[in-house]
Design a protein around this ligand. Structure first.
Ligand code: IPE
Ligand code: IPE
Ligand code: MG
Length: 224
């Protein structure tokens, strides 16, 4: 079975560049190109939701030059790709803490979401300035203000991913085996897949292998 929702931790851009004696910014540029093509491929394979970890809240503590370079790449992404998403019928949703981002990027995100709102062929969730604990804490504080006990569904509906099913498959490239604060609540029963390849080198065929691997898994959710 094709997973309905895949989440991808796109890690390894810096090491990909380093190995080629290039600046980290070149790795991010290459990663962005790969992200766009990989996303098209996932939707063509029948995946309905693709969630991409593009920038964590913690990544914003990197040297300003690198952070500014990443912001510039996001601006370019919005300028060049919203039209493509529209053509493909893909709806964009941006999650993360807008207060951590330059206001024009928040504005571009909102515009992208509005322009693609009628898309019905797939949903692309872009996590920028995102942190799982931060998201949970925001929801807890909102719940406390509401003063009522919540069900799991009620709590999920307070998260930035409200209305989106939990990921079926989480892919992390770049060799590390950790979640790095991504979708902590949502990944309770998600299947995990780790690739040693650095993200810019993670091909469409590598994604096919991950999807095939998922198809062979048995999901039990605690049952026998
Ligand atoms: C992932 O690649 C992209 C972002 C976190 C923005 P990295 O920049 O973390 O690359 P490595 O892990 O240093 O190789
Ligand atoms: C995770 O990668 C975040 C993204 C890919 C956006 P990191 O490179 O930030 O993760 P750590 O620091 O190695 O855990
Ligand atoms: Mg990294």
């Amino acid at each position: 079975m094709v997973p309905r929702h895949i989440a991808v931790i796109m890690d390894g851009n810096g090491r990909w560049a380093k190995k080629r004696l290039l600046p980290r910014s070149a790795g991010h540029r290459e990663g962005m190109k790969r992200m766009i093509a990989l996303c098209d491929h996932a939707f063509e394979a029948g995946v309905e939701y693709v969630t991409l970890y593009a920038l964590s809240a913690e990544n914003l503590t990197r040297p300003q030059e690198e952070v500014d370079g990443l912001f510039a790449l996001f601006r370019k992404y919005f300028a060049e790709n919203i039209g493509r998403l529209l053509e493909k019928g893909v709806r964009l949703k941006v999650i993360g803490d807008g207060a951590l981002l330059p206001p024009d990027i928040v504005q571009l995100s909102r515009e992208g979401e509005e322009r693609t709102a009628a898309g019905e062929k797939g949903i692309l969730v872009l996590a920028i300035g995102y942190g799982g604990r931060q998201e949970i804490l925001r929801a807890v504080n909102e719940a406390v203000r509401g003063g009522k006990e919540l069900s799991q569904e009620g709590f999920s509906s307070l998260l930035s991913t409200a209305g989106i099913p939990d990921p079926d498959l989480l892919i992390r490239t770049g060799k590390e085996k950790r979640l790095s604060n991504f979708l902590l609540w949502q990944c309770a029963y998600t299947e995990l897949y780790f690739s040693d390849k650095m993200f810019p080198a993670f091909t469409n065929a590598d994604l096919d292998r991950a999807l095939e691997n998922y198809a062979g898994r048995e999901r039990r959710y605690g049952k026998v």
